[in-house]
Design a protein around this ligand. Structure first.
Ligand code: SF4
Length: 338
């Protein structure tokens, strides 16, 4: 199967606006290669500042990479024009974290959802547009749909606003939705229902998802039959199917993330071995460490690690960017994250 999207050695370096650090760049993303296949769910996980949002914005066409090539259906996105560019823009939709900021507070839900439908001629005439919006609201579980049409964003809960954003995204019948931390601002009790909505849209409509998060538990849930990409300091350090990656984490950074997840059962928590990192501070993206960027924190680092950048390479359970993935001890996870 051909990939829908392919990033080939993509980098994104922003000029540093800090006056004290003139002529430097922020290396938000460095040499990322990644493919997304039709109907696939891929979760991208990492701490804040690891480059995952930048990656999502590049995929959605909001940033033009400063290095490498990004392909949509085998065509260089930077060279798309006319009809093809419009098709790409329609087929890749972005759902952002802050649903309040993403919706115009002065417009009703009917007006907000009608705008893309009118612009892209999905339906014509007031009656057909209204019918389409009602259908979309029902698809995302907002029932009775008519009740939501005259409401303003501030009259809805965070979970309902996220569903409106999903309705707006699917109104253009996209092939991919990039969902950037879609549940992090939603009440905990409603998160599961939003995640379930995304998996339903994936199954029923065949929409591929790139789910961006800092939370391994939700990543594991949504991408249970998909893949997981782990990012650290602007690079992908591990990539595999969710089952393999979580049962057999190869990269010490992922092992550290997994062993640091709090466990409610005190007995299991006591038995759990946290990976003893050398340092807790995440280095700067302006001046990332040479060689493996994880080496200042990695308990297995050698001199070679500080000199030579490990590339993402195939190992038994997926792909990993670590010189010693096959040799370092495997930290067994004694319990699952909540
Ligand atoms: Fe640690 Fe070296 Fe592997 Fe980097 S390459 S994760 S420093 S062992």
């Amino acid at each position: 199967m051909n990939p829908l999207l392919k990033l080939d050695d993509v980098s994104m370096h922003f000029p540093n606006k800090d006056k004290a650090a003139k002529n430097t760049t922020i290396k938000a993303l460095s040499n990322v290669s990644l493919s997304l296949y039709p109907g696939e769910i891929m979760a991208v996980v990492g701490e804040s500042g690891c480059g995952k949002t930048t990656l999502g914005k590049i995929i959605a066409g909001l940033h033009q990479p400063t290095g490498g090539t990004y392909y949509y259906k085998d065509e260089d996105v930077s060279k798309l024009a006319g009809k093809k560019k419009k098709q790409y823009r329609t087929n890749i939709q972005l759902v952002q974290q802050d649903s309040y900021a993403a919706l115009n507070p002065a417009k009703t839900i009917l007006q907000s959802l009608a705008a893309p439908i009118v612009r892209h001629k999905v339906a014509r005439g007031k009656r057909a547009i209204r019918a389409k919006i009602i259908e979309l609201l029902e698809t995302v579980g907002l029932r009775p749909a008519e009740q939501f049409l005259p409401k303003f964003p501030h009259q809805l809960s965070g979970g309902q606003r996220q569903r409106i954003l999903m309705a707006r995204a699917i109104s253009l019948d996209p092939e991919v939705i990039v969902a950037d931390e879609p549940v992090s601002m939603v009440d905990v009790s409603l998160r599961l229902s939003i995640l379930n909505l995304m998996t339903t849209l994936n199954k029923k409509l065949g929409i591929a998802f790139v789910y961006i998060t800092h939370d391994l538990a939700t990543a594991r849930f949504i991408a249970q039959n998909g893949r997981l990409a782990v990012m650290y300091l602007g690079r992908i350090v591990e990539l595999s199917s969710v089952g393999k990656i979580l049962e057999n984490p190869q990269h010490p950074y992922l092992q550290a993330l997994l062993t640091a997840v709090p466990i409610p059962d005190p007995k299991i928590a006591k038995a759990k071995n946290e990976l003893p990192l050398k340092g807790l501070e995440v280095p700067s993206l302006v001046n990332p460490p040479g060689g493996c960027s994880f080496h200042p924190r990695c308990p297995y680092a050698t001199e070679y690690c500080s000199e030579e950048l490990p590339l993402l390479r195939e190992v038994e359970h997926g792909e990993v960017a670590c010189h010693y993935a096959e040799r370092i001890p495997k930290w067994h996870l004694t319990a699952s994250s909540n």
